[in-house]
Design a protein around this ligand. Structure first.
Ligand SMILES: [Mg+2]
Length: 501
C-alpha cells in the first residue's frame, strides 16, 4: 500500500437532485426526489432537504411519497446528467491517466500516477482545486476523499459529504475504521452484514479482533480473507482506468440444437442467473450485458447492451439478455448460448439507473418503453403527448420552463431558467400547440475553460452554484421563496398528485 494519501475518490453530492435544483431555481433549498414515478418506481436520488424526511436512494417511490408528500417528484433526465458527468470526468482525466469511474457521479483517481500529488499537502491542494473546478464548470458540488487506498478514499468522501473534503492521514486508518459498522467495508452488503451481526460482529474492529480464521470459517475463503485484510485497512487494489476488458461470462453448448424459441429464452434466463452468481461470488458488478449465440451453421453472433450503472441484479441481467435475444434470429436452431457481464466495478452498487429504467419499461408499452430504455426522455410529441414531471419545455409566448405536473388533460409549467429568479406557474391543456418539448439549458452561463478565476468556492454557503463573479447573483435570488407565495414544494407536490392513473 502506498504511504501518501494520493488516491482520490470523488462523489458528486446528491447528483441528480442537485442538477435539478441547479436547473430549477424554485426548487433550490427544497425537497426534491428524482426517480421512477410509477407505482413500482424507486428513488434514484433525493436532495439533502428530502433526506431529512428519511427519503433515500433505492426506496420505493410510494414510500417516499408518504414520507415527504410535499417534495417535488421528478422523472430523471439521464442524457442531461450524462452530459454533466462527462464534463466532471474530463476534469478528473486532466489530473491523471488513471481514472476509474464507478457511476455517472463517482470515480477514483490515482493522483500519484498523474503527477498531480505525491504527499499529503499536494493531495489536499489537488482535491481542493478539483472541487473548485467542478463548481466553476458545472455549478455543482462534489465531495472528495483522499487516502492511501481506494477503500479509505471512498470512506473519506462519504465523511466529507456534502460539499467537503476529508483526507485520511496514512497511519491513522485502522484506528479510524475500528468503530465503524462492518457495512462500511466494500463487499459487505445487507446479507453479509446481517450474517456478521448475528454472530456478534458489528464493527470493523470486531472483524479485526475475530481474526482471519474465524472470518474464513464464517464467510468462506475468498470473502473472509478479503474482509480480514480490509478490517486492518489493507487494500492494495489499484485504480484501473480500463475496466471494459474484464468480464464474467458463462456459456453452454447443447448436444442437440435447440429449435424451440421458448426453450432458448429459458436457457438464456438460466445462463443469466448463473452469470450473476459468478459475478456476486467475485464481489463484482458490471454495466454491459453480452449475449452470445452460435447457430446451427456455426455462425456466432454477439449482442451487447450497456446499462446506465453497474448491476449484479439477476432480474436486470435476465431482462437485458432477453431483450438482446429478441434481436437474434434463431430459426434453424441454436447450438451454443452464452451470457456475460463486462464493464466491471469492484463495488457491488445498487443499480439505480437500471432499476429506474426497468421500472419505466414495465409501465410503458411499445415504443415508449424503447425510448425509456434507451434513456430517451423527451416528452412525446405524438397524438397523446406525455409531459414527464421535471422535463424542459418551451412555450412560444412564455419561453423556457419545466413540467411541474400533468394529468386530467392539463399540464402545469413553471417558467424559469437556471439563471433566472424562481418563476411563476401556468397551466395549459396537454395538447396546447404553443407548448413544445425543449432541450435542457446549461447550468452555468459561462462555458468550461473560462472559470479559472472564480475562486475556490469553499465560501459559498448556498452549496449550490459557483457561477460567482458575473453579478447576476447580486440580488440573492437563490434564497428567495416561490413568487406565487405558496409554501415550500407545495406547487410541485400538488401538481404531482394529479398525474394520470
Ligand atoms: Mg453521489
Amino acid at each position: 500500500m502506498r504511504t501518501a494519501p494520493t488516491v482520490l475518490h470523488l462523489d458528486m453530492d446528491a447528483f441528480f437532485a442537485s442538477v435539478e435544483q441547479a436547473s430549477k431555481p424554485s426548487l433550490r433549498g427544497k425537497a426534491v426526489v428524482v426517480g421512477g414515478l410509477g407505482p413500482r418506481g424507486v428513488v434514484a436520488t433525493a436532495s439533502y432537504e428530502a433526506r431529512v424526511f428519511g427519503v433515500r436512494s433505492a426506496l420505493p417511490m410510494a414510500q417516499a411519497r408518504r414520507l415527504a408528500p410535499n417534495a417535488a417528484y421528478l422523472v430523471p433526465r439521464f442524457a442531461f446528467y450524462r452530459s454533466i458527468s462527462e464534463r466532471v470526468m474530463e476534469l478528473l482525466r486532466a489530473l491523471s491517466p488513471l481514472v476509474e469511474p464507478l457511476s455517472l457521479d463517482e470515480a477514483f483517481v490515482d493522483l500519484e500516477a498523474g503527477g498531480a500529488a505525491w504527499d499529503e499537502r499536494s493531495a489536499r491542494q489537488a482535491g481542493a482545486k478539483l472541487r473548485a473546478d467542478i463548481r466553476a464548470v458545472t455549478g455543482l458540488t462534489g465531495s472528495v476523499g483522499l487516502a492511501a487506498s481506494k477503500m479509505l478514499a471512498k470512506i473519506a468522501s462519504e465523511r466529507a459529504k456534502p460539499d467537503g473534503l476529508v483526507l485520511i492521514e496514512p497511519g491513522t486508518e485502522q484506528a479510524l475504521l475500528a468503530p465503524l459498522s462492518v457495512r462500511t467495508l466494500p463487499g459487505v452488503g445487507p446479507a453479509t452484514g446481517d450474517h456478521l451481526r448475528r454472530v456478534g460482529l458489528h464493527t470493523v474492529g470486531d472483524l479485526a479482533e475475530a481474526g482471519e480464521d474465524e472470518l474464513v470459517r464464517l464467510l468462506g475463503k475468498a470473502h473472509g480473507h478479503a474482509l480480514y485484510a480490509m478490517s486492518l485497512a489493507r487494500d492494495d487494489r489499484s485504480v484501473v482506468a480500463e475496466r471494459e476488458a474484464k468480464s464474467v461470462s458463462v456459456e453452454d453448448t447443447y448436444d442437440v440444437d435447440i429449435h424451440d424459441r421458448v426453450r432458448v429464452g429459458v436457457e438464456v434466463g438460466r445462463l443469466a442467473d448463473r452469470c450473476v452468481r459468478r459475478l456476486r461470488t467475485a464481489g463484482l458488478s458490471g454495466r454491459t450485458i453480452v449475449l452470445k449465440v452460435r447457430r446451427y451453421d456455426f455462425s456466432t453472433l454477439t449482442r451487447s447492451e450497456t446499462l446506465r450503472g453497474p448491476t449484479d441484479d439477476p432480474a436486470v441481467v435476465r431482462e437485458a439478455a432477453a431483450r438482446l435475444l429478441d434481436s437474434v434470429d434463431t430459426t434453424g436452431g441454436v447450438r451454443l448460448l452464452g451470457v456475460g457481464v463486462s464493464g466491471l466495478a469492484d463495488y457491488t452498487q445498487e443499480d439505480l439507473f437500471a432499476q429506474a429504467a426497468g421500472e419505466r419499461r414495465k409501465e410503458l408499452p411499445g415504443e415508449e418503453a424503447e425510448a425509456a430504455a434507451s434513456g430517451e426522455e423527451r416528452p412525446q410529441a405524438g397524438a397523446e403527448r406525455r409531459w414527464p414531471a421535471g422535463h424542459d419545455v418551451r412555450h412560444s409566448e412564455y419561453g423556457h420552463g419545466w413540467v411541474q405536473g400533468s394529468g386530467l388533460g392539463r399540464v402545469t409549467v413553471r417558467f424559469e431558467t437556471p439563471w433566472s429568479a424562481p418563476g411563476r406557474v401556468r397551466t395549459f391543456r396537454t395538447d396546447d400547440r404553443a407548448l413544445h418539448p425543449a432541450d435542457p439549458l446549461p447550468l452555468t452561463e459561462r462555458g468550461p475553460g473560462d472559470g479559472e478565476d472564480s475562486g475556490d468556492g469553499e465560501g459559498d454557503p448556498s452549496g449550490q452554484n459557483g457561477r460567482g463573479g458575473d453579478g447576476r447573483d447580486a440580488g440573492g435570488t437563490r434564497g428567495g421563496g416561490p413568487r406565487d407565495g405558496r409554501g415550500p414544494g407545495a406547487g410541485a407536490g400538488a401538481a404531482a398528485r394529479v398525474r394520470p392513473g
